[in-house]
Write a protein that binds this ligand. Sequence first.
Ligand code: ADP
Ligand code: MG
Length: 401
Amino acid sequence: MSFAKATVRDAPVEGRRVLVRVDFNVPLAGGRVADDARIRAALPTIELLRERGAALVLVSHLDRPKGYDPSLSMAPVAARLEELLGTPVRLAPGVVGTEVEELSAALGPGEVAMLENSRFEPGETANDPELARRLAGLADLYVDDAFGAAHRAHATTEGVAHLLPAYAGLLLEREVLELSAVRDHPARPLCVILGGAKVSGKVGLIERFLDTADQILIGGAMCFSFFGAQGIPVGGSLSDDESIGLAGRVLSRAEASACDLALPVDLVLGRELDANTEVMELDGVEVPDGWIGLDVGPRTAALYGERIASAGTVFWNGPMGAFELEPFAAGTRAVAEAVAAAPGTTVVGGGDSAAALHAFGLADRVDWLSTGGGASLELLEGRELPGVEALLSADRVAGGR
Ligand code: ADP
Ligand code: MG
């Protein structure tokens, strides 16, 4: 399968200034980067551009500040990148403006600057043409390696891509290729495991997979909306009327589908969402009053594990339970281990699922661990990603190399 967009490999970057949109939306703790996986994932594109003599102006958002917020400065991110690259990374005094323009103009080949948090500018999420114009003025070319932000039409992901020759970075390219393979031509059977907190954000994906997957295995808080729709008592488990309605719709579509939609057969309950709460294993799924379903049980984990082991392709999004709390981590750990051991192609998306794999030390045992949460789900759902669409088509540069 080929990638339809022009990539950084084809970009004439020598001696040019390149604005690189990266996804450095990383967790911070105590003024330092707590998990640098997303920074490391962008290194191949950054190194390639430096080797080819480009001057780099990096830009990312960090968290969701509404305007300037010094606690969400890119300073710790620039410091971590500097360590990883072994070269100075100059932090700009803002996102755009005269001083930023001067900094960018002074960069030599191989040098790296980082703009401040793009969300310090209200025009970022509004995709303001004036902000896009000022960003475009900082460089000669644009490279987008921020797959995790590609589902947002923002000034740094979409607006600016129309104003400069725009190329895909290596990470963005690989993400699109790996996820499109799951969507368009998976090795069969395709087994999809969906968990996490909410049905509403994932219902489009479930419905799409009802048409294309062989099995969908449901876990996480999401299963309680399905149980609710079946009239099964869910106690204090996480679900709401909207999600129950959506789950009911999915269940009736599933009846007419060749895809097997599996729900948990046993659960682990707690009195409250707390690591020290009273815990009860339930061989069944009718949650008594006064209890919350917080993990799938061991029989469910074993059944799901068998399906995962015999799949040609596995896609997993969303933890099976409140895995951050040790009493409720077993279901997610069992699924993570099954995915890691599976002989089929394994692809994992979603921030919390990735965090779970990292926590269990299994992150390098899957074939592709997506850096995109929402972006990976939207791509799999078949929706166009504005950050990808805005890039040059591959055929526009094919003859120009
Ligand atoms: P991802 O980021 O992988 O897409 P989500 O953000 O949808 O996943 O959901 C992850 C969150 O869901 C985790 O914080 C986890 O604790 C929570 N969760 C999973 N199962 C349950 C449950 N049964 N009750 C409450 N929270 C749950
Ligand atoms: Mg999440």
